[in-house]
Design a protein. Sequence first.
Length: 197
Amino acid sequence: MNDRPADAPQAGDADRPALRRRLLAERRSMPDRAERSERLAARLRAWLASREEAAVGGSWPIRGEFDALPVLGDWLAALPGRRAGLPVIDPATDAMTFHAWWPGCPMAPDRYGIPMPDGTEPIVPTLLLVPCVGFGRGGLRLGYGGGYYDRTLGAMAPGERPATLGIAFAHGHLPELAAHAHDVPLDAILTEDGLVG
């Protein structure tokens, strides 16, 4: 699964910011990113088709992430009653909620310049597609360092949490990544090579 050169430094956990920078640089420079994205899209379509959730939370793609929105748009169109949402961050509290999204819905930039649904109603996803910069064993995720997903999931009682699927390119596999106390493991990770966990 890990297609990093054999002489690349081991992940460990000594410096998450350095790991993040390296993986972001690798992701941006992948010469076959379009092909990897097509494979990941096919896997995500098949995986979503096997699920029963009717409310899915996604994210707007940034920094070379896989764009799951076309897959979510197809998923919405395939069956009436399905709902999708994207994150909206409250600037006063840093709380993350999800608001309804559909292809062509009104969008506005958040404080980071990331498009978010503008004026759509809140939804409560029963499944979250969580973007990953990197990932380790047991559903451990390396994100951008803001902690939004960990705080949001950590504030929920285990029985109230949505199912979580990390979305990543396989190059982000970090087998030695160590957990921090605040990390909330994801249920599984999906890459262009298949399902992990």
